[in-house]
Design a protein around this ligand. Structure first.
Ligand SMILES: Cc1cc2nc3c(=O)[nH]c(=O)nc-3n(C[C@H](O)[C@H](O)[C@H](O)COP(=O)(O)O)c2cc1C
Length: 172
Protein backbone atom coordinates (compact mmCIF):
# COMPACT_ATOMS: atom_id res chain seq x y z
CA UNK A 1 0.00 0.00 0.00
CA UNK A 2 3.01 2.28 0.41
CA UNK A 3 3.11 2.45 -3.40
CA UNK A 4 -0.38 3.90 -3.56
CA UNK A 5 -0.16 7.69 -3.23
CA UNK A 6 -2.41 9.25 -0.63
CA UNK A 7 -2.57 12.32 1.51
CA UNK A 8 -1.79 12.31 5.19
CA UNK A 9 -4.25 13.34 7.86
CA UNK A 10 -4.34 13.81 11.60
CA UNK A 11 -7.51 12.46 13.15
CA UNK A 12 -8.42 13.74 16.60
CA UNK A 13 -11.03 13.18 19.25
CA UNK A 14 -11.50 13.42 23.01
CA UNK A 15 -12.55 10.86 25.59
CA UNK A 16 -15.19 11.04 28.31
CA UNK A 17 -12.66 12.70 30.64
CA UNK A 18 -12.01 15.37 28.03
CA UNK A 19 -8.50 14.07 27.25
CA UNK A 20 -7.37 14.70 23.69
CA UNK A 21 -6.28 11.86 21.39
CA UNK A 22 -5.06 11.73 17.82
CA UNK A 23 -3.12 9.77 15.24
CA UNK A 24 -1.68 10.21 11.77
CA UNK A 25 -3.66 8.39 9.10
CA UNK A 26 -3.17 7.90 5.39
CA UNK A 27 -6.20 5.62 5.23
CA UNK A 28 -8.69 8.35 4.43
CA UNK A 29 -11.22 8.39 1.64
CA UNK A 30 -14.70 9.40 0.64
CA UNK A 31 -17.47 6.84 1.12
CA UNK A 32 -20.73 8.54 0.18
CA UNK A 33 -22.00 11.88 -1.09
CA UNK A 34 -25.51 11.65 0.35
CA UNK A 35 -25.13 11.47 3.24
CA UNK A 36 -21.58 12.84 3.14
CA UNK A 37 -19.43 10.09 4.62
CA UNK A 38 -15.69 9.60 4.87
CA UNK A 39 -13.68 6.78 6.37
CA UNK A 40 -10.39 6.27 8.12
CA UNK A 41 -8.94 3.08 9.60
CA UNK A 42 -7.33 2.79 13.03
CA UNK A 43 -5.14 -0.10 14.18
CA UNK A 44 -6.51 -1.93 17.21
CA UNK A 45 -3.02 -1.77 18.75
CA UNK A 46 -3.03 2.05 18.84
CA UNK A 47 -2.98 3.70 22.24
CA UNK A 48 -5.80 5.98 21.10
CA UNK A 49 -7.93 3.01 19.98
CA UNK A 50 -10.18 2.91 23.09
CA UNK A 51 -10.92 6.63 22.76
CA UNK A 52 -11.97 6.27 19.11
CA UNK A 53 -13.97 3.14 19.90
CA UNK A 54 -16.10 5.28 22.23
CA UNK A 55 -15.99 8.52 20.25
CA UNK A 56 -19.17 10.18 18.99
CA UNK A 57 -17.27 12.82 17.08
CA UNK A 58 -13.85 13.27 15.51
CA UNK A 59 -12.00 15.80 13.38
CA UNK A 60 -9.92 15.01 10.30
CA UNK A 61 -7.16 17.39 9.23
CA UNK A 62 -5.59 16.99 5.78
CA UNK A 63 -1.99 18.10 6.17
CA UNK A 64 0.26 20.43 4.22
CA UNK A 65 3.94 20.41 3.47
CA UNK A 66 4.83 22.32 6.64
CA UNK A 67 3.05 19.74 8.81
CA UNK A 68 5.54 16.93 8.09
CA UNK A 69 7.00 17.07 11.62
CA UNK A 70 3.52 17.08 13.12
CA UNK A 71 2.55 14.05 11.03
CA UNK A 72 5.55 12.21 12.46
CA UNK A 73 4.72 13.32 15.99
CA UNK A 74 1.15 12.01 15.69
CA UNK A 75 2.55 8.74 14.36
CA UNK A 76 4.71 8.33 17.47
CA UNK A 77 3.19 6.41 20.32
CA UNK A 78 3.61 8.17 23.66
CA UNK A 79 4.64 11.51 22.12
CA UNK A 80 3.30 14.74 23.62
CA UNK A 81 1.23 15.13 20.49
CA UNK A 82 -0.68 18.31 21.25
CA UNK A 83 2.04 20.28 23.07
CA UNK A 84 2.55 23.55 21.25
CA UNK A 85 1.00 22.14 18.08
CA UNK A 86 -1.64 24.83 17.73
CA UNK A 87 -4.77 22.78 18.32
CA UNK A 88 -7.73 24.61 19.84
CA UNK A 89 -10.93 23.10 21.27
CA UNK A 90 -13.79 23.19 18.77
CA UNK A 91 -17.37 23.87 19.88
CA UNK A 92 -17.57 20.29 21.20
CA UNK A 93 -14.22 20.46 22.98
CA UNK A 94 -12.40 18.29 20.44
CA UNK A 95 -8.91 19.25 19.28
CA UNK A 96 -9.10 21.26 16.07
CA UNK A 97 -6.23 22.58 13.98
CA UNK A 98 -6.83 25.58 11.75
CA UNK A 99 -4.74 26.34 8.67
CA UNK A 100 -4.68 22.84 7.26
CA UNK A 101 -5.53 22.03 3.65
CA UNK A 102 -8.90 20.55 4.52
CA UNK A 103 -10.59 20.12 7.89
CA UNK A 104 -13.60 17.88 8.36
CA UNK A 105 -15.70 17.86 11.51
CA UNK A 106 -17.40 14.48 11.69
CA UNK A 107 -20.09 12.70 13.68
CA UNK A 108 -19.75 8.95 14.13
CA UNK A 109 -21.90 7.21 11.50
CA UNK A 110 -20.61 3.67 11.75
CA UNK A 111 -17.65 1.73 13.12
CA UNK A 112 -16.90 -1.43 11.22
CA UNK A 113 -14.64 -4.35 12.06
CA UNK A 114 -11.76 -4.24 9.61
CA UNK A 115 -9.60 -7.11 10.83
CA UNK A 116 -6.80 -5.64 12.90
CA UNK A 117 -8.16 -2.16 12.14
CA UNK A 118 -11.39 -0.41 13.01
CA UNK A 119 -13.02 1.39 10.09
CA UNK A 120 -14.29 4.73 11.38
CA UNK A 121 -17.01 6.08 9.11
CA UNK A 122 -17.88 9.67 9.89
CA UNK A 123 -20.66 11.88 8.65
CA UNK A 124 -19.17 15.21 7.62
CA UNK A 125 -20.88 18.10 9.42
CA UNK A 126 -18.51 20.90 8.47
CA UNK A 127 -15.71 21.37 5.96
CA UNK A 128 -12.94 23.96 6.09
CA UNK A 129 -10.73 24.62 3.06
CA UNK A 130 -7.26 26.11 3.48
CA UNK A 131 -5.13 27.95 0.97
CA UNK A 132 -2.18 25.59 0.70
CA UNK A 133 -1.86 22.31 -1.18
CA UNK A 134 -1.84 19.05 0.77
CA UNK A 135 1.27 16.91 0.56
CA UNK A 136 1.41 13.38 -0.77
CA UNK A 137 2.49 10.25 1.11
CA UNK A 138 4.08 7.83 -1.33
CA UNK A 139 6.60 5.03 -0.78
CA UNK A 140 7.19 6.08 2.82
CA UNK A 141 8.07 9.63 1.87
CA UNK A 142 6.23 12.91 1.99
CA UNK A 143 6.18 14.78 -1.32
CA UNK A 144 5.10 18.34 -1.89
CA UNK A 145 2.89 19.11 -4.87
CA UNK A 146 3.93 21.68 -7.45
CA UNK A 147 2.07 24.89 -6.71
CA UNK A 148 2.12 26.43 -10.17
CA UNK A 149 -1.22 27.05 -11.83
CA UNK A 150 -1.42 25.25 -15.14
CA UNK A 151 -3.66 25.78 -18.09
CA UNK A 152 -6.19 22.99 -18.59
CA UNK A 153 -4.90 20.50 -21.14
CA UNK A 154 -1.32 21.76 -20.96
CA UNK A 155 1.20 18.93 -21.06
CA UNK A 156 3.82 19.16 -18.34
CA UNK A 157 6.95 17.14 -18.90
CA UNK A 158 9.71 16.26 -16.52
CA UNK A 159 7.60 17.12 -13.48
CA UNK A 160 9.00 15.83 -10.22
CA UNK A 161 7.77 15.91 -6.67
CA UNK A 162 10.43 17.18 -4.27
CA UNK A 163 10.94 14.86 -1.34
CA UNK A 164 10.31 16.33 2.07
CA UNK A 165 10.91 13.56 4.57
CA UNK A 166 11.84 9.92 4.33
CA UNK A 167 10.05 7.89 6.96
CA UNK A 168 11.55 5.18 9.07
CA UNK A 169 8.42 3.50 10.33
CA UNK A 170 6.95 0.08 9.92
CA UNK A 171 3.72 1.49 8.61
CA UNK A 172 2.70 -0.04 5.26
C1 LIG B 1 2.13 8.64 6.95
C2 LIG B 1 1.53 7.73 8.00
C3 LIG B 1 0.26 7.23 7.81
C4 LIG B 1 -0.34 6.40 8.79
N1 LIG B 1 -1.60 5.94 8.56
C5 LIG B 1 -2.20 5.18 9.52
C6 LIG B 1 -3.55 4.75 9.34
O1 LIG B 1 -4.21 5.05 8.34
N2 LIG B 1 -4.10 4.01 10.34
C7 LIG B 1 -3.41 3.68 11.48
O2 LIG B 1 -3.98 3.00 12.34
N3 LIG B 1 -2.14 4.08 11.66
C8 LIG B 1 -1.52 4.83 10.72
N4 LIG B 1 -0.25 5.27 10.90
C9 LIG B 1 0.44 4.90 12.15
C10 LIG B 1 -0.13 5.69 13.35
O3 LIG B 1 -0.14 7.08 13.10
C11 LIG B 1 0.71 5.44 14.62
O4 LIG B 1 0.82 4.06 14.84
C12 LIG B 1 0.12 6.14 15.83
O5 LIG B 1 1.13 6.30 16.78
C13 LIG B 1 -1.04 5.39 16.43
O6 LIG B 1 -1.59 6.09 17.51
P1 LIG B 1 -1.10 5.90 19.05
O7 LIG B 1 0.08 6.84 19.21
O8 LIG B 1 -2.31 6.34 19.83
O9 LIG B 1 -0.72 4.47 19.26
C14 LIG B 1 0.37 6.07 9.95
C15 LIG B 1 1.66 6.60 10.13
C16 LIG B 1 2.23 7.41 9.17
C17 LIG B 1 3.61 7.97 9.40
Amino acid sequence: MASFPSGATIVTTNDSDGRWWGFTASSFCSVSMDPPLVLTCLASTAECFPAFTEAHRWNIHVLQHRHADLAMRFATRGAAKFDGAGFQPDTDGLPFLKDVSISLRCTAYSKVDGGDHLVLIGRVDEVGLGEEMPFVYFRRKFHSLPVTEEKPGALRTGASLPVVIELDLGWM
